[in-house]
Design a protein around this ligand. Structure first.
Ligand code: NAP
Length: 212
């Protein structure tokens, strides 16, 4: 697939690199400097390049939204309408100091995103995994027993794209149901993040809780 990365930080940088290594064409976009995007593209190999959010979105089969919640509107304006495009979001709706969710229970960040871009095909995936474990999971991807990773969404094409990307990175995709399940997934994700960053060995421990 052609995959545009909207937000090339810890998540976007690592996932984009792994998508490229798995054979997808990747465009890294949205960082504070063009130099960082160029470096990521160089390190990810021949399938990757750097560009603007508009270039990342243009002709993409899927885009990965991986920015802080406070940057979502800005990156969406730069990416354009995303009509018909699969949008895989791992962005948690966190407040500015990352202590709590700003949207929860009655709706979710994923559903808010779908309302912001009603013609996009939104699917929620990858949010529940700490970025620190991604390279290790990818290296062990050929093993029979893979760690599971939850996704949810209403759009068939988006769900299929998420399944393929999740498998290509080395996880076993677990269907959590329609997009409104993000109301449950996002608080769960916050719990995973707290577990991951409190105490030694947290990231490794956290992703093993997925199936539970
Ligand atoms: N990190 C994780 O383990 C993890 C796990 C699950 C879900 N998530 C979610 O994934 C999303 C991204 O998290 P992350 O940890 O990848 O964040 P991050 O490392 O801070 O990445 C965000 C990206 O946005 C860019 N950015 C920020 N402000 C910008 C601006 N004014 N102009 C242009 N680019 C700007 C950053 O640029 P620079 O690279 O130049 O700083 C960076 O590339 C968040 O919603 C988070 O909740 C993260």
């Amino acid at each position: 697939m052609r995959v545009g990365i909207l937000g090339s930080g810890l998540m976007g940088g690592k996932l984009g690199t792994l998508f490229a290594r798995a054979g997808h064409d990747v465009v890294f976009s949205y960082a504070r400097t063009k130099g960082k995007l160029a470096r990521l593209a160089r390190e990810a190999g021949p399938n990757a390049r750097a560009g603007s959010p508009a270039e990342a979105a243009e002709g993409a089969d899927a885009v990965l939204l991986a920015v802080h919640w406070s940057r979502v509107d800005d990156v969406l304006v730069q990416a354009g309408s995303l009509a018909g495009t699969v949008v895989v979001t791992c962005s948690l709706p966190m407040n500015a100091d990352d202590t709590d969710l700003v949207i929860a229970h009655r709706t979710s960040g994923a559903e808010a995103l779908a309302r912001k871009r009603p013609k996009a095909r939104v699917v929620s995936a990858f949010g529940t995994v700490p970025s620190e474990v991604l390279f290790g999971v990818y290296e062990r991807r050929r093993r029979k027993l893979r760690p599971s990773l939850l996704y949810c969404g209403d759009d068939k094409r988006a769900r299929n794209a998420a399944v393929r990307l999740i498998e290509d990175v080395g996880f076993d995709p677990v269907d959590a149901g329609p997009l409104r399940m993000a109301r449950n997934l996002e608080p769960f994700t916050l719990l995973i993040a707290q577990l991951a960053y409190e105490g030694k060995g947290g990231p490794e421990l956290a992703y093993r809780f997925e199936r539970l």
